[in-house]
Design a protein around this ligand. Structure first.
Ligand code: FES
Ligand SMILES: [Fe+2]
Length: 424
């Protein structure tokens, strides 16, 4: 018999400042626990309002075994429902985008309104009460046009604090008046936490991201190395001066830019407007805007990139001309869906105002490179020789904050973790 250990024991002995023990990345039981305690009880970023711009527009997103329909109703409200027919449970809509008048189940044609009420069910007899068989609602919240859902009965209330803090930062980019120019789904061969950990550091950027490190300074992403050669020291000093000068200029223009770090909140997040290298305009290969139509109320191109990270599953970059937004959804212990969307002004015309390749090439390349890194990290974590290794105090502080948040949130759901045992 292989030895086993309880998840509670693994949580209790987690060493701060080190990567997690292997079962957190490899075990089916902990994956199931993550779906229940993390993805079932927190605000999960799933998409953007422009995907459901008109009444009847739906997007269907799978979160673990749950499937959620997010739609725009006839009153222009955003609503979300479990994608489970109240007859015999069939899925009403396939994953992805669709536009409907009503939600009609393909199986026996039970028909639901956009408010979730059951409108029609044939041959159910006189006694049948349609009012008891509406779709089950899911909590949904738009934060400046970013859509978050929560599968819990009682969602974490601090989404209000997150919205109050971040909406002034993102409002000038007017996400609601953008359109999705391109969407890309990438399946990474690793646990969702490795995808998130990789996102929370730029220790790996210089060696792995030749495209991204043209516009992006590695220093804005928790990277403050202790020993620099002369070249990099000059570079880092130039960055520090640019950050101070840019932040002052942007705040003077009415663009909130200062760092907020609330990564330990239940609905944890962090934001900061960061300088871009070169022309300072956008996360493109030549650092210039990729779209000629500037967003919202912005008045110039050179506004750096506003970055916004949330626990447990998203990050976003808002530039003057476009927005890139990332949603991480777990598929299995060693497979994770990374969904990336590029948004431009809704009136921008492809081929006239923007070129799709120019818009997408930096993050498409970066995502592929990150996917390869996540895959080798997963392969290593699954090896018999793996043991938790130390995070760099100078460059991986935000990785530690992610893992500390994760362990803390598991600890907060002791009732769920108590029964779970994994191979030691
Ligand atoms: S399962 Fe939906 S109508 Fe029968
Ligand atoms: Fe990366």
């Amino acid at each position: 018999m292989p030895e086993s250990v309880s998840v509670d024991a693994l949580i209790a002995r987690r060493k701060p400042g080190c990567s997690l023990e292997a079962p957190f990345y490899t075990s089916q039981a902990i994956f199931d626990l993550d779906l229940t305690a993390i993805f079932g009880r927190h605000w999960i970023y799933v998409g953007v309002e422009p995907e459901i711009a008109e009444p009847g527009d739906c997007v269907t997103v799978d979160i673990g075994r749950a499937s959620v329909i997010i739609l725009r109703d006839d009153d222009m409200q955003v609503r979300a429902f479990h994608n489970v027919c109240r007859h015999r449970g069939a899925r009403l809509t396939p994953a992805g985008a669709s536009t409907v008048g009503n939600l009609v189940c393909p199986y026996h044609q039970w028909t639901y309104g956009l408010d979730g009420r059951l409108l029609f069910a044939e041959h159910m007899g006189r006694e049948f009460d349609t009012s008891c068989h509406g779709l089950k609602p899911v909590h949904v919240r738009s934060v400046g046009g970013l859509l978050f859902v929560c599968l819990a009965k009682e969602p974490p209330s601090d989404i209000d604090a997150l919205a109050a803090a971040i909406e002034p930062y993102i409002a000038p980019h007017d996400l609601r008046n953008c359109k999705v120019a391109h969407s890309e789904d990438l399946i990474e061969l690793g646990n969702w936490k490795l995808t998130m950990e990789n996102n929370r550091e730029c220790y790996h950027c210089v060696g792995n991201h030749p495209e991204l490190t043209v516009p992006l300074f590695e220093y804005g992403f928790g990277f403050s190395p202790d020993s620099l050669d002369d070249n990099r020291r000059v570079h880092a000093e130039r960055y520090d001066a640019l950050l101070a000068e840019s932040c002052q200029r942007w705040e003077g223009m009415g663009l909130p830019s200062r760092e907020i770090d609330r990564l330990t909140d239940v609905t944890g997040f962090r934001t900061q407007r960061l300088p871009i290298d070169g022309s300072g305009e956008s996360q493109t290969k030549d650092t210039r805007v990729a779209s000629r139509k500037i967003l919202g109320s912005l008045s110039e191109c050179s506004l750096g990139g506003l970055s916004f990270w949330t626990q447990p599953n998203s990050w976003h970059h808002f530039m003057s001309d476009h927005i890139v937004t990332f949603s991480v959804l777990p598929l299995s212990p060693d497979r994770t869906l990374l969904r990336t969307r590029w948004l431009v002004h809704k009136d921008a015309v492809e081929g006239v105002d923007y070129d799709l390749k120019t818009l997408t090439e930096v993050w498409n390349a970066t995502n592929r490179q990150d996917g390869d890194l996540v895959a080798i990290a997963q392969a290593g974590a699954a090896s018999p020789a793996y043991e938790p290794g130390p995070y760099s105090p100078h460059t991986e502080g935000l990785v530690e904050k992610f893992c500390a948040w994760y362990i803390d949130r598991l600890s907060a759901h002791r009732g769920v973790t108590a029964a779970v045992e994994v191979a030691a």
